[in-house]
Design a protein around this ligand. Structure first.
Ligand code: HEC
Ligand code: HEC
Length: 254
């Protein structure tokens, strides 16, 4: 179910307010720059062309695009993927290592502190321990078996214009990324949440084509997602350590 405009208003933290003055405001602004332009601002930790906000849309303020609003107050949290209680820093580093095919930040690094400051600021009006209603991704189901051939046709008609015929994304003459890649060496790796069929389909359903969320049927979202998630992409060396105590989701790639 899409989030209505009225529902968005439940989360005052989604709105832009002036940043606090002084060092905290500077840390928030720095964190925001890293998240929105990650390869430029944290080059040592990024192994592909994506920004954090390529998926966490609008600076982490879009419902059903794994928003960061409220995220500050819900960690530490148990996750079956590593069978541990994870801090927010652990979770951020998961996306650096998998979604950005890169390396973990030191928990006390200036970059990590900036990112945390930004996420806390976004979360400032959400009660501690409370999930926003649109946390994570939509829950959708396919009625038919997802079909990559149907998906390839949808991709050519509705996605390739921005994401490229070969899923490579599009780039300015300077090399700056304009539209993010969906597969190939500059995209997320096989260990990323977006490499999982259900997650990718749910993201696409709510958010793609960009600016036309909820225009595909659930089945179309699954078909295009099964097509692009199965394309070649970087491997993830740590994959063998995932789900050590079980709970492996059925759509995991390994
Ligand atoms: C390719 C898409 C993609 C990119 C790029 C990405 N993420 Fe994520 N992120 C996800 C997905 C998918 C999830 C949820 C994964 C799951 O279902 O376990 C997630 C979850 C998260 C969460 C937890 C959200 C929650 O509700 O528990 C945080 C925090 C986060 N990402 C931070 C980041 C940061 C910081 C970056 C940049 C270093 C980043 N992400 C880049 C796809 C992405
Ligand atoms: C009008 C251009 C446009 C079209 C058409 C479009 N997208 Fe996107 N897509 C974007 C933009 C822009 C972003 C990143 C948003 C940002 O950086 O703020 C994005 C992000 C994504 C992401 C997450 C980032 C990544 O690279 O993995 C996925 C997955 C995605 N789109 C899939 C699709 C699919 C599937 C379709 C077709 C159904 C589609 N998009 C159509 C512009 C587009």
């Amino acid at each position: 179910m899409p989030v209505t405009a009225a529902e968005k208003d439940h989360y005052p933290g989604w709105k832009d307010n002036p940043l606090p003055d002084g060092p905290v405001g500077e840390a928030i602004a720095y964190g925001s720059r890293i998240l929105a332009h990650t390869p430029e601002n944290a080059p040592a930790y990024v192994g592909n062309a994506l920004n954090c906000t390529s998926c966490h849309l609008n600076g982490g303020r879009t419902p059903w695009a794994a928003p960061w609003v409220g995220i500050w107050g819900v960690f530490p949290e148990f996750r079956s993927r590593n069978a541990k209680v994870n801090t927010l820093q652990d979770r951020i580093n998961d996306c650096f290592e998998r979604s950005l095919n890169g390396r973990a930040l030191a928990p006390e690094s200036r970059e990590m502190i900036g990112i945390l400051a930004y996420m806390q600021w976004l979360s400032r009006d959400v009660p501690t321990g409370k999930n926003v209603s649109s946390r994570g991704f939509l829950h959708i189901k396919s009625t038919l078996t997802p079909d990559p051939h149907r998906g390839a046709r949808i991709y050519a008609q509705k996605c390739a214009l921005c994401h490229g015929d070969e899923g490579q994304g599009s780039y300015a003459a300077s090399g700056a990324m304009i539209y993010p890649p969906l597969w190939g060496p500059r995209s997320f790796n096989i260990g990323a949440g977006m490499a999982r069929l259900n997650t990718a389909a749910a993201f696409v359903k709510a958010n793609m084509p960009f600016g036309q969320g909820n225009s595909l049927t659930d089945q179309e979202a699954f078909d295009v997602a099964v097509f692009f998630t199965r394309q070649p992409r970087p491997d993830f060396a740590g994959k063998l350590d995932d789900w050590p105590k079980g709970g492996r989701p059925e759509d995991a790639r390994y």
